[in-house]
Design a protein around this ligand. Structure first.
Ligand code: GLC
Length: 420
């Protein structure tokens, strides 16, 4: 992957961000797409949305949880596919500012997160399910499409003009239209004019020059970073961020949904770092504006782990140096190789294949216990490991090497990563 420009270094150094899906759909408690999935009546949905009044929303509390969870940036759904806007838009009155809520949530979010030292991102759905021109598209309704498209451009301009520095612009909902239909190039130029350092994702829809509609929503060509969703797949050509739910499936608040455990969530973070990308972990706050307590519990546990193990994640690069796939993940920073264990066997000794660089010191993070080791011909033997791990999440061993950790030929060629 080409080296990203300095202004974007913060993004890969962060490794961990928070995605927040919030809107009037939270009151129905069946995910962010309930309007479409249940074919609800548009008028009734809009009436309920206009009456939505989340009294407990407190952006500072959100920011506090985010900071303690160890995320470095957060992306809020300023508008989802239902079209309801969480800010004071001059271009529509279907907003939290003009309707019952009477608040500019985007402003409150941006200010509180910035004050907590976090970077700020805006998710914006290009598609708006209320608008016939959106469904009919430029072919069937050129005039309606033209008006709608102008509305989209105007709103993006507004979001990037009125809320101070915006670090990430996260488009979505381009389907079923192409990047040309949306005027993506124009949007990008406008965004860069208003926010020269901004990072823009790749969800403009495929460009007409791109083969097929295989990658729904995404453009191979446009966008500063890739957005694998529900999967952790490296984008070979640009920065990338895997977005993942913290429940089993849905992004918006869903009553009774099952939650993934803190270990499973941490596993997605470590796997993303191992592959050289970020994790954008989602929370769907409830109708009142609370982060669900199950999420907070998990997020804070991960945050506590990061306090003593964060050096294995932040600012690291992916690494596949030793044969480690059955145990967990590895990352590299400068001359250090970090071994992140998904589980702890409790054995006294551990053998690792393929590391060619000499190890100077081996330390178990958390307890900071130094480990004895021996190295012979591409095999590292660590000794004196404690029976009990120093953390109830993932133990990490830091190997400080004499140079940048390198594999032998076998390791470089790693043919098969196998079932894990
Ligand atoms: C999908 C969904 C959308 C969600 C997004 C998050 O595109 O349509 O509901 O916001 O993924 O990546």
């Amino acid at each position: 992957m080409p080296e990203p420009p300095d202004r974007w270094k913060w993004f890969s150094e962060s490794r961990f961000g928070l995605f927040i899906h919030w809107g009037p759909y939270a009151a129905l408690g069946r995910g962010e797409q309930v309007l479409y999935r249940e074919h609800l009546d548009q008028r009734e949905y809009a009436e309920a949305a206009c009456a939505w009044r989340p009294c407990s929303f407190d952006a500072e509390r959100w920011a506090d949880v985010a900071r303690r969870a160890g995320v470095k940036y957060a992306v809020l759904t300023t508008r989802h596919h239902d079209g309801y806007c969480l800010w004071d838009s001059r271009h529509t009155d279907y907003t939290s500012a003009a309707q019952a809520a009477k608040r500019d949530f985007v402003k409150e979010f941006a200010e509180a997160f910035r004050a907590a030292g976090l970077r700020v991102g805006f998710y914006y759905s290009l598609g708006d399910w209320r608008i016939p021109g959106f469904w009919e598209g430029p072919g069937r309704n050129p005039e309606g499409w033209g008006i709608f498209r102008q509305y989209v451009h105007d709103q993006v301009r507004e979001l990037l003009s009125n809320y101070g520095r915006v670090d990430v612009l996260w488009f979505d909902g381009a389907w079923p239209h192409t990047a040309e239909d949306w005027g993506a190039q124009e949007i990008i130029e406008m965004a860069r004019g208003l926010q020269p350092e901004i990072l823009i994702n790749n969800r403009f829809g495929p460009s007409k020059e791109e083969p097929g509609m295989g990658e729904v929503n995404r453009s191979l060509k446009l966008g500063d970073f890739g957005t694998p969703e529900h999967e952790i797949t490296a984008d070979p050509n640009r920065l990338w961020e895997s977005c993942q739910v913290s429940t089993w499936r849905l992004w918006g608040y869903t009553a009774g949904e099952r939650w993934r455990g803190a270990d499973v969530l941490l596993d997605t973070l470590c796997q993303s770092a191992h592959k050289g990308g970020n994790l954008l972990l989602n929370v769907g706050p409830d109708a009142e504006g609370h982060f669900p307590s199950k999420f907070v519990e998990r997020a804070l546990r991960i945050g506590r782990w990061l306090q003593s193990h964060g050096e294995a994640i932040y600012g690291t690069q992916g690494g596949d140096v030793t044969e480690f796939v059955t145990r967990g993940w590895q990352t590299v920073r400068d001359n250090c190789l970090y071994l992140i264990f998904r589980f702890w066997e409790g054995g006294r000794e551990l053998r690792l294949a393929d590391l060619m660089t000499s190890v100077c010191r081996a330390t178990l993070l958390g307890s900071n216990q130094e480990l004895e080791f021996a190295q012979e011909e591409g095999e590292l033997i660590l000794r004196g490991l404690p029976n009990q791990p120093p953390t109830d999440l993932f133990p990490v061993i830091r190997l400080e090497c004499s140079g940048r950790p390198e594999s032998n030929e076998w390791g470089k060629d790693r043919l098969w990563q196998g079932d894990p």
